[in-house]
Design a protein. Structure first.
Length: 240
C-alpha cells in the first residue's frame, strides 16, 4: 500500500441500510431529532442510533446541535441533515492504519488489547433483554447477526448439525484493507465485539474463534452453545 492510496479521500459507496434510513429521517424532519426520537422511530437500540448519528456527523452528512433551555438541566442534543448533504474529505483509513500500527508495534499483547476493547463496544452497542428473559441460541445468533450488519458486514448465520455448533459468515468487512495488514488487531477487535454482544444478551452461545479470510471476502465466526445451558428451553418473554 502506497502513500497516495492512504491519502485518497474515503470512497463514496452507498450508506448501509440502517444509516441511510436515519439520514432519510433527518432530511424529512421539521427540526433536529434527538437520539431517543431516532431510536424510537427506527426501532434501533439508542446506542446504535447514536452510533449512526455520530457517523453521519463525522461524514459531514448531519449536523449536531445543542438546543437552548430556559429551565435547568442538561441541554438537549439534536441532529439534522447537513444543508449541502455532501460528505467532507475524510482520511479514516489513514487514521485506522496509524492506530492499528501503533497498537501492533508498541503493545506486548495487541490482540488481547483489541479484543478487550471490542468486548466493551459490543456490549455498548447491544440491547440487553429484560430481567429473567432468556434467549434461545437461534434468537441470540439472530440478534448478533443484526449487530454485525449494523457495523457494516454482510452477515449470515448457518446452523450446525444439531451438535450445538454454528457458523456466522461475515462478508464485506468494513475494515478489510486494514485487516489484511493487521489481522491480529482488527480480527481480535471483531471477535471481542461478538463476545461482548453475546455477553450483554446473556446468550446461551459463545464465540469460540474467528477465522479470517477463509476466502478473499469471507471471515467465519465459530459459535458454540454453552454446555451448561444446552437443551434448556428459554423462559417466555417477560416471565418472572
Amino acid at each position: 500500500m502506497d502513500a497516495e492510496e492512504l491519502l485518497a479521500p474515503e470512497d463514496t459507496s452507498p450508506l448501509g441500510r440502517s444509516r441511510a434510513d436515519v439520514l432519510d429521517m433527518l432530511r424529512a424532519a421539521d427540526g433536529p431529532l434527538g437520539v431517543r426520537e431516532v431510536a424510537q422511530r427506527t426501532g434501533l437500540h439508542p446506542n446504535t442510533a447514536r452510533f449512526h448519528l455520530e457517523a453521519l456527523t463525522e461524514a459531514g452528512l448531519a449536523v449536531r446541535e445543542t438546543e437552548d433551555r430556559e429551565t435547568p438541566g442538561r441541554p438537549r442534543i439534536g441532529y439534522r441533515a447537513a444543508a449541502d448533504g455532501r460528505a467532507g474529505r475524510r482520511r479514516y483509513r489513514l487514521l485506522a492504519e496509524m492506530l492499528t500500527g501503533l497498537i501492533a508495534g508498541t503493545m506486548t499483547t495487541p490482540g488481547k488489547a483489541a479484543e478487550n476493547a471490542g468486548r466493551e463496544w459490543g456490549a455498548y452497542l447491544t440491547e440487553q433483554p429484560p430481567p429473567y428473559q432468556k434467549l434461545s441460541a437461534q434468537e441470540a445468533i439472530g440478534r448478533l447477526t443484526a449487530v454485525m450488519e449494523e457495523l457494516g458486514f454482510s452477515a449470515q448465520a448457518e446452523a450446525g448439525d444439531g451438535d450445538g455448533q454454528y457458523r456466522l459468515c461475515l462478508r464485506q468487512c468494513p475494515f478489510r484493507e486494514v485487516a489484511e495488514r493487521h489481522q491480529d488487531v482488527i480480527c481480535s477487535l471483531h471477535l471481542g465485539l461478538m463476545r461482548g454482544a453475546l455477553e450483554r444478551m446473556r446468550a446461551p452461545v459463545t464465540a469460540d474463534r474467528l477465522d479470517p479470510f477463509v476466502e478473499p471476502s469471507l471471515c467465519v465466526a465459530r459459535l458454540t452453545e454453552r454446555e451448561d445451558l444446552r437443551g434448556r428451553e428459554p423462559a417466555a418473554a417477560g416471565a418472572r
